[in-house]
Design a protein around this ligand. Structure first.
Ligand SMILES: [Zn+2]
Length: 433
């Protein structure tokens, strides 16, 4: 069992893990971990996992991250180093224009989750190896084999690679309440992604790995019980969150899918990001928003069962209305919106999905109960991670904004979630009016 074999092991011992699973697959993690105090000092021996010395390495850094020590150490180790900075809101085309020189054999991203996505994309696009030096723990999706970037102002998910190397000196991570809360939110919100994964497997017969699923759930339970016993001032909160986030992203890497990071919570958050960017309003970190939408979705997902039993007619979803709203609220042009609209489902398929929801209602409701109890229990921990104990939450997200994001979420990620199904039932069109 994956959970039994890995959960007790220190993260560095997950390097190169490989298991024959009861789902019939062999799950492998081709990543070498160097986590601990002074880990960056060993960058030369670590980088040998990517390319031999004398090769070129592209150091891709996020805005504000100092990589001069890494650059110097790699040069002294025999590597030719090329350094590039990527702005926080760079479009994917900026990464394609980087065009690494022929002697560049590896890219090392230095920063947080966004720069990791950029490095994975460059590596996949240029066909070179990828490593990550973690300097921010707020968005711990480093090992997921996909990159969340934007194309013409709208979010897109690209299939990329799992980094072969991950280096992190925890003492270099920021001491920030917001970063801790974001990491906690990102971890706990995987519960929504797990429900959506289970939903897609029962209703659409999509593949799921029960062992990965159980291991992820066990990891979330562990972090909840450890943080319940901590205060925000405890020095080890940051380390617990870093390692837990990495374990979850390692499980996603072993599953070979981005399902664990493509739940309704993430899709709603992406809609909020585009909306607030267009309106030039303040935006909290991704994991903070994911947690807030997870709370909202625990109230909305039960409607899935209630609505199909009522004899009320809901008209089919209106993609033209969505297109108009995305032009109005996101400032996106029609040619950018059209390709991201989730396709209509034919009537026969919808009838089959509806039949299966009835057939598996008990199992789905039991899963939803698991989700609700944990997320609502986690809300107190989440609030108390902030220096103001979550006081700002009273005025952060208003109802109309949240409804718009919930209604447009299925256009932000193409994975079929419970929210996508609610759209197809015509249940969320009312949120757009
Ligand atoms: Zn499996």
């Amino acid at each position: 069992m994956i959970a039994d074999n890995l959960s007790g092991r220190e993260l560095n011992a997950w390097s190169g893990a490989s298991f024959a699973c009861s789902c019939g697959k062999r799950h492998e993690l081709n990543t070498q971990f160097y986590i601990g105090e002074g880990a960056e000092d060993n960058i030369v021996s670590a980088a040998a996992a990517l390319a031999p010395p004398c090769c070129g390495v592209l150091l891709l850094k996020g805005t504000g991250f100092d990589v001069s020590d890494l650059n110097r150490t790699l040069r002294r180790g025999g590597y030719k180093v090329c350094e590039r900075e990527i702005a926080d809101d760079a479009d994917f085309s900026v990464l394609e224009d980087l065009n690494p020189a022929d002697d560049i054999r590896a890219v090392i991203g230095v920063g947080g989750g966004y720069i990791a996505d950029c490095a994975k994309y460059v590596a996949a696009y240029a066909g070179i190896a990828c490593g990550i030096v973690v300097r921010a723990h707020s968005s711990p999706s480093f090992l997921v084999p996909s990159s969340a970037l934007s194309e013409r102002g709208l979010p897109r998910l690209y299939k990329t690679v799992t980094p072969r190397l991950l280096v992190c000196d925890p003492s270099k991570l920021p001491e920030s309440c917001e970063y801790n809360a974001a990491a906690f939110g990102a971890i706990v919100s995987r519960l929504v992604a797990l429900f959506d994964w289970k939903f897609a497997s029962l209703v659409r017969a999509e593949p799921i790995c029960k062992e990965i699923y159980d291991a992820a759930l066990g990891e979330i339970d562990t972090v909840l019980s450890r943080l319940r016993a901590c205060s925000k001032h405890d020095v080890f909160v940051r380390r617990i969150l870093l390692e837990s986030g990495l374990r979850l992203s390692a499980l996603a890497a072993m599953s070979g899918s981005s399902r664990l990071y493509s739940g309704g919570d993430t899709a709603c958050t992406l809609a909020l990001q585009v909306l607030r960017k267009h309106e030039k309003n303040d935006l909290r970190l991704q994991g903070e928003n994911e947690f807030l939408f997870s709370l909202i979705l625990t109230k909305i997902y039960p409607e899935l069962f209630a609505a199909r039993k009522h004899a009320i007619f809901f008209p089919p979803p209106d993609n033209n209305l969505r297109l108009e709203k995305m032009k109005e609220y996101f400032g996106a042009d029609e040619s950018a919106v059209a390709p991201v609209l989730s396709p209509y489902i034919d009537a026969d398929s919808l009838k089959l999905y509806d039949y299966r929801i009835g057939e598996y209602e008990d199992e789905l409701k039991a899963e939803l109960a698991v989700l609700n109890t944990r997320i609502n229990g986690a809300y107190k921990i989440f609030r108390r991670l902030y220096s103001d104990d979550g006081y700002f939450l009273k005025s952060y997200l208003d109802v109309s904004e949240a409804k718009l994001c919930v209604a447009l979420a299925p256009e932000m990620r193409s994975k079929y979630t419970a929210l996508t199904h609610m759209k197809n039932m015509g249940l969320t069109d009312g949120y757009l009016i």
